[in-house]
Design a protein. Structure first.
Length: 339
């Protein structure tokens, strides 16, 4: 083989490899563009102003593929499948009440990615921001909008197993004062002080700006606890309760409960606990619900289940009657106007 032939073979190889690389790049770009393009048959989403205290409007994280994915979107509360108004604010977890919002979002940096919590006013303007030490998982705002809370995973990434650790923080939405360690509160288990190095607290739901309910895990058990921020106490009320959500009238808690015989990676069913009698009622939802349900009103629960876009919202009566119904597709982390 002459030198000229070797040079021609080398040039041909370079051209072929270059063509393959360009083709792969264009294919990847095409797939990314397809991913960001609104999916046929998906919900209609338009840019616009989103206000948290607008009467008759619900707000949630839009999960539909396209330029507005992960943005907070607003729809008429009476028409959750209607045209969505997208705010431009992206959140992984979200909740709002009393004209205040809490948004847990990803932060993409030059050296590494991270997460942060934003406290938002009614026009979605940031009033306070906090760095997060783990993956966002739960968020809640008190009925008045004065106090916010969030939970992150700091090890593990699922509640289904036992090898995970969480961190919960509570913040004053006006002053910005932050309580990073509810786990340091005095824990009363069945009325007696209980000290445990494995204590985990997650899933805060507020009664008011001071009192709240949450899940405490210790010794392989989970408990519904009543928390008092001023007294810095956690008092156990009931076993086998995770991710509680307090009803608007403060008399019931919706929660996910581990049930015997369920799969280890889908172990929960959606229940409601009467706080006066401690009587449990199973809802008609027979699938595993890994979510902190939201009360749409005093009778109806809203929760997420896996869907084609990642998550859909479903409803079920809180009293055990009826059957589950699809509320809207491609949505997560809803908040509904009071009243």
């Amino acid at each position: 083989m002459t030198r000229t032939h070797r040079i021609l073979i080398l040039l041909t190889a370079v051209l072929v490899l270059g063509a393959v690389a360009i083709g792969a790049t264009l294919h990847a770009a095409g797939r990314a563009a397809e991913k960001d393009r609104p999916q046929a048959g998906g919900p209609e989403v338009r840019s616009g102003a989103v206000v948290l205290d607008a009467p008759g409007r619900a707000v949630f994280r839009n999960m539909a593929w396209g330029p507005h994915r992960d943005q907070l979107t607003s729809v008429p509360a009476g028409d959750p499948g209607g045209v969505r108004t997208a705010s431009g604010v992206r959140c992984l977890r979200f909740h709002s009440a009393g004209g205040t919002g809490v948004c847990l979002q990803a932060v993409h940096g030059k050296l590494r990615d991270g997460y942060r919590a934003l406290v938002l006013d009614a026009r979605l303007r940031t009033t306070h921001r906090y760095g997060l030490s783990g993956i966002p998982t739960r968020a809640r705002v008190s009925p008045s909008g004065r106090t916010v809370a969030w939970t992150v995973f700091v090890s593990g990434d699922s509640y289904a197993g036992t090898s995970f650790s969480t961190r919960t923080s509570i913040a004053d939405a006006r002053s910005g004062d932050l309580d990073r360690d509810p786990e340091s509160y005095r824990f009363l288990l069945d009325g007696r002080p209980h000290h445990a190095p494995d204590l985990n607290v997650w899933g805060v739901t507020f009664a008011d700006d001071n009192r709240f309910f949450a899940t405490v895990a210790t010794g392989g058990q989970t408990y519904l606890v009543r928390g008092d921020r001023r007294q810095r106490t956690l008092s156990s009320l009931h076993r086998n309760v995770e991710c509680p959500s307090l009803s608007p009238d403060g008399t019931r808690v919706a929660y996910k409960k581990r049930v015997a015989g369920a799969s280890s990676d889908a172990p929960w069913r959606l229940y409601v606990l009467d706080l006066r009698t401690l009587r449990e009622t199973a809802t008609a939802e027979g699938r595993s619900v890994d979510d902190q349900a939201v009360w749409r009103d005093g009778r109806t629960l809203v929760y997420s289940l896996p869907g084609a876009y990642g998550s859909d919202l479903w409803t079920v009566p809180a009293d055990g009657s009826g059957r589950p119904r699809l509320l809207t597709r491609a949505a997560l982390a809803p908040a509904f106007p009071a009243g």
